[in-house]
Design a binder for this molecule. Structure first.
Ligand SMILES: Cc1cc2nc3c(=O)[nH]c(=O)nc-3n(C[C@H](O)[C@H](O)[C@H](O)COP(=O)(O)OP(=O)(O)OC[C@H]3O[C@@H](n4cnc5c(N)ncnc54)[C@H](O)[C@@H]3O)c2cc1C
Length: 414
């Protein structure tokens, strides 16, 4: 893409010597974090003609064992617009269960009563797909320049843009910096200071287990609740079960399933056997398959417990429109109604539009990135607050009917 003379002038405003390696006709965006937000931003920016480099503190794509499933529903059209067609065609490989005929019933999320076991409500999610975070991340690394083992420690204004600094002493010049570095964002920390940027503790604990039963009857019991995923609420805990990876479609003993449990309590950070023992001994019971899935967890399975964190976004100094945030770095929220990544997708789509707009308008980067931030901060803050309110109501059978999930389903936070 050839950028307009106006945008080139913005990039040339000051001494070009400091940024001799940067191509003014193809602006460079440094993205911090190779999570889903950073990788999606890289795909969308590259597709729109930008030079993008992603910096990730971890050593490789497989460095982190964490895995979970995510519903992508209302943000799917934006996701499809950002990802190049030759990569999007392989999306099936990231789906938890791609062997389904996607009917209205499959594209819905049932929620069962934790007291009676009856169906409380079923949330329609037309066009939605449930994906494995790990497999989606892998898919989005395709064709992207990712620099692993690069932990951002600082940045400062340079003559034409931003100079990034890393813990290994290396530096990098870019025209723009996007902080997509998650809940504990270093970029947010650098923009707002440690106290203001600190994620807040919610008091809500979240556990997930990934289970290979090697037993088609057990897998079938999960599929009977729903072939994609199902919820249970109404006691002092929330539960979920579903399919993580559908192996051989004709042999369900080869499938991987997952369970989730949420409760309010003391903050603990545990994994595997220790986490499973804690859940069995210290958290309110669920019923039916939602309890059985936990009880059947084979030894050696991946299990994690941690406290959910949140942060309500507020405005920051964006270095003249050159540094901003997206995804969990901007609005980490509790995992209710599957909103987090969908807001990340929305952020990325707006950010790509904003940077693209810089080459066809008289407006300054401060105005354009400022407008991106105003919309994103208002939308993100509302979503974070709604996730907290949903969590409070979800543990009380009298309040479940008042949840957005029950009244409005899994649509976009409004
Ligand atoms: C159990 C669970 C279920 C969920 N379900 C859904 C759902 O159904 N629908 C939905 O929309 N969302 C869901 N979410 C939310 C969604 O997963 C997150 O919003 C999304 O993954 C955030 O991605 P991210 O890239 O912004 O952050 P992250 O995945 O945290 O990525 C940030 C990256 O930045 C790197 N990094 C951090 N600091 C530095 C540094 N200084 N230098 C370099 N790199 C750095 C990290 O190593 C990491 O790789 C769920 C979340 C959980 C936990």
């Amino acid at each position: 893409m050839k950028f307009s003379s106006l945008y080139s002038k913005f990039l040339q405003k000051k001494k070009p010597s400091d940024m001799a390696s940067l191509d003014r006709d193809r602006p460079t965006v440094a993205v911090i974090g190779a999570g889903l937000t950073g990788l999606l931003a890289a795909q969308g920016l590259k597709k729109n003609g930008f030079n993008v480099v992603v910096f990730e503190q971890e050593a490789s794509i497989d460095a982190r064992p964490q895995e979970w499933t995510m519903l992508i529903h209302w943000a799917m059209p934006l996701f499809e617009k950002l990802v190049p067609a030759h990569i999007l065609k392989d999306l099936n490989g990231a789906l938890c269960n791609p062997h389904l005929e996607f009917t209205d019933e499959i594209e819905s999320l049932p929620c069962y009563n934790g007291v009676t076991g009856e169906l409380l409500f079923s949330s329609p999610t037309p066009g939605s797909r449930r994906v494995s975070r790990r497999r989606l991340r892998k898919l989005l690394t395709q064709d992207i320049d990712i620099r692993w083992n690069q932990s951002l420690t600082g940045f400062k204004k340079s003559s034409e843009g931003i100079k990034l600094e890393f813990s290994n002493g290396e530096s990098f010049d870019a025209h723009h910096l996007l902080g997509a570095d998650g809940t504990w964002s270093k970029v947010r920390h650098l923009l707002l200071g440690p106290e203001q940027a600190q994620p807040r503790t919610s008091g809500f604990l979240f556990a997930t287990g990934i289970t290979e039963f090697n037993d088609s009857e057990k897998t079938n019991a999960i599929i009977q609740a729903h072939p994609v995923a199902a919820l249970m609420m109404g006691t002092n805990a929330v539960g979920a079960v579903g399919v993580m990876a559908a192996g051989d479609p004709s042999d369900k003993s080869t499938w991987t399933t997952f369970w989730v449990k949420i409760w309010q309590g003391n903050a603990v950070d545990l994994k595997d056997g220790e986490a499973l023992d804690y859940i069995k001994g210290n958290t309110p019971p669920l019923r039916d398959i939602f309890q059985s899935a936990i009880d059947w967890t084979p030894e050696g399975s991946y299990v994690r417990i941690s406290e959910m964190k949140y942060w309500i976004p507020t405005q920051w100094d964006n270095y003249g429109g050159r540094v901003t945030l997206a995804g969990d770095a901007a609005h980490p929220m509790l995992i209710y109604r599957g909103q987090g990544f969908q807001h990340s997708i929305t952020d990325v789509a707006s950010y790509v539009d904003a940077l693209t707009q810089l080459h066809s308008t008289e407006e300054s980067p401060e105005q354009i990135i400022g407008a991106y931030e105003s919309e994103m901060i208002e939308r993100g803050a509302k979503a974070v607050q709604q996730s907290l309110s949903e969590a409070e109501k979800s543990l009380d059978i009298e309040m479940i009917g008042q949840m957005l999930m029950a009244k409005q389903g899994h649509g976009k936070s409004t």
